[in-house]
Design a protein around this ligand. Structure first.
Ligand code: GLU
Length: 386
């Protein structure tokens, strides 16, 4: 597919993520004219019947400018203070620009727990849905004023993917300071080739990402591909394009360069979307090839197939399920605490009550609580043909 044929018109619910470097200039502050042009684009998508959700970065960068903190590295409490100052100005600017386009808006600040804990996830989802029903554009950011490094996303790429899949968006657009994916970071490798379409995020694709793209953006290509994995697994298409020009969304329609990531062919839904998108599994279970076969045919993971248990998890936590080579093949909610999981790994079901001293669940990860990785799902038809 040529990138010139990309159209946003067919999408019904679009999440747009805006990187800090697009919105904030270190000396001039908020780029108001640019924001106004983006608000115009959002208004035209809404006029065409789409729901638009905004994930806007820029709080820390804007606060830093307003407070005159210069370029120096900030201590945690200083960046939290900068976020507090920047966020209020950022939200004000969004509200004003969307209002100028006759759109209402509402600010939502989330912390990691709001998407990683099931009950809080459902709560945030209900609030965002209600805003959409009331025709207000949700403007979302991480609550940087309270999030500390251990419990934060740190990058809005993955936050945006989590929001997009939580809200059932069919498209996620990452507006960045780079116009798409290249075979290598173009700043370092002038021979790097642009990739217009990614069918599936394979390890080869992941190897193309370098480190962070600019000093203002925390994410870089790596977190964008992580976002792509979360999004496409849930059936959400993703576009990465440069937001540096005015009207960056209509620029995609006009055929400006952008990389399109196709949505997965067997998307996970509902409860499983939440499991699949978990950012940081608490542990890892390495399984044998027999267990992989069982998982592929839709069965639960039994203790007998588990070769190695690592991590300090509690029952109900998310664990990654790894192949003997260490590749993640599935993710699920584990039925045992790590200490018990270690004791029963490799045992047959009948042996387990004797070891644990109680009648336990037969599955280590029940199939209802288990999601195969996108990579393996899409590999099934290929294997069947071969
Ligand atoms: N939440 C951060 C901010 O608004 C930005 C995170 C990112 O750059 O992805 O300043």
């Amino acid at each position: 597919m040529a990138t010139g044929s990309l159209s946003l018109k067919k999408y019904r619910r679009i999440t747009v993520k805006i990187g800090s470097a697009l919105l904030v200039d270190r000396s001039a502050g908020l780029k108001r004219e640019w924001l106004a042009s983006l608000a115009d684009d959002i208004a035209s998508l809404v006029a065409d019947g789409a729901d638009v959700l905004v994930v806007s970065s820029g709080a820390i960068a804007l606060g830093r400018t307003i407070l005159g903190l210069g370029k120096r590295i900030l201590k945690l409490e200083e960046s939290q203070a900068a976020a507090a100052v920047g966020q209020i100005a950022l939200a004000g600017a969004w509200s004003e620009e969307l209002a100028r386009c006759k759109l209402k808006s509402g600010q939502i600040l989330v912390t990691l727990g709001d998407t990683e804990e099931r009950r809080r996830y459902l709560n945030v989802r209900a609030t965002i849905s209600t805003l959409i029903k009331m025709n207000a554009v949700p403007v979302i950011n991480e609550n940087d004023t309270v999030a500390t490094s251990e419990i934060r996303y740190g990058d809005n790429d993955r936050l945006a993917a989590r929001v997009a899949t939580m809200m059932g968006a069919d498209l996620l657009v990452l507006l960045s300071d780079i116009d798409g994916l290249y075979t290598a970071p173009p700043a370092r490798d002038p021979g790097a080739k642009f990739i217009p379409v990614v069918d599936r995020i394979t390890p080869e694709i992941e190897a193309m990402a370098g480190a962070a793209a600019s000093e203002l953006s925390r994410g870089g290509m790596r977190t964008k591909l992580d976002a792509g994995k979360i999004a496409t697994a849930a059936g959400t298409a993703m576009i990465i394009t440069a937001g540096t020009r005015l009207n960056p969304l209509s620029a995609i329609e006009r055929g400006e360069r952008a990389t399109f990531f196709r949505p997965g062919i067997q998307p996970v839904k509902g409860y499983k979307t939440w499991i699949a998108g978990q950012l940081d599994p608490a542990g890892r279970l390495t399984v044998d090839t027999g267990a992989i076969g069982a998982l592929l045919s839709g069965k639960s993971l039994l203790p007998a197939g588990v070769k190695l248990v690592s991590g300090n998890f509690s029952r109900g936590d998310t664990v990654a399920i790894l192949s003997p080579e260490g590749r993640e093949i599935a993710r699920g909610l584990v039925a045992y605490d790590a200490t018990d999981a270690v004791r029963i790994a490799g045992l047959k079901s009948a042996e387990i009550p004797g070891v644990l001293g109680y009648q336990a669940r037969s599955a280590m990860v029940h199939r209802d609580d288990l999601v195969m990785s996108h990579a393996i799902e899409t590999a099934i038809p290929e294997q069947a043909e071969g």
